[in-house]
Design a protein around this ligand. Structure first.
Ligand code: DX5
Ligand code: ZN
Length: 226
């Protein structure tokens, strides 16, 4: 919840070295990652195609951490069950990809997984207000989805503040997570705005300092701004 001061990190395997999957997952696990973020792209909702359940199976076998599937796919209803069957404990769907968001959230939860809603930078917070109580997390995209290594979009910060206030005011048990362009500098900004779960790809796996040092730096910057 936003009023907690615990920062959780969710390294994104989109930037991981797949020739070294198991060792890199062990490293983030030992460095205190809370969960592993799996970016699923279908070549339709976003241009690239990335992972399907086969890769999730390999990831599942290589870590004890919770896996969260970030579904950047049209018609997510068709994909949810196979990602849960492959061991994802959290499934996040984009509001922009379904006209039946309430039903999708209920379905994910009925399968025993946690349900998240992702919002593109251009999507207003208001579209989720009537389903907020049914969501376990809101993923505020701080880049346009599709690629790692993009520049953080600062204009998303007021949206994070707005959602954090709704959650606090209503006493909801819903996490705010951010995804895209998170580094030590922007981690401090999103934490100040109310985010407590931070996805990071290139700033962790591409860091010259090494995975653990990069994670520590992001976590400390965020924790210092809660
Ligand atoms: C982008 C993905 C992100 C991506 C973040 O569409 O949803 O999870 O991996 O990468 P960085 O942290 O490099 O911006
Ligand atoms: Zn993502």
């Amino acid at each position: 919840m936003p009023n907690s001061n615990v920062i959780k990190l969710a390294p994104s395997i989109l930037s991981l070295d797949f020739t070294n999957l198991s060792a890199q997952l062990s490293e983030v696990e030992q460095a205190g990652a809370d969960r592993i973020h799996v970016d699923v792209m279908d070549g339709q909702f976003v241009p690239p195609i990335t992972f399907g359940p086969v890769i999730v199976d390999a990831t599942r076998a290589s870590t004890n951490l919770t896996l969260e599937a970030h579904l950047m796919v049209n018609n997510p209803e068709r994909q949810i069950d196979s990602f849960i069957d492959s061991g994802c404990g959290i499934v996040i769907v984009h509001q922009e990809t379904t006209t039946h968001l309430h039903r999708v959230l209920q379905h994910i939860k009925s399968r025993g997984a946690k349900a998240g809603i992702a919002l593109n930078p251009a999507t207003a917070a208001n579209v989720i207000i009537d389903v907020l109580e049914h969501a376990d997390l809101i993923l505020a995209m701080t880049v346009n989805p599709g690629y790692s290594g993009q520049e953080f979009i600062h204009s998303v910060l007021p949206k994070i503040e707005k959602i954090a206030k709704w959650i606090d005011d209503d006493g909801l048990n819903c996490e705010i997570e951010v995804d895209g362009g998170v580094d030590p500098e922007t981690a401090a900004l999103v934490a100040k705005a109310g985010a407590r779960v931070l996805v990071s790809g290139s700033s962790i796996f591409g860091s010259d300092k090494g995975i653990s040092a990069a994670m520590k730096e992001i976590e400390e910057a965020a924790a210092g701004s809660c």
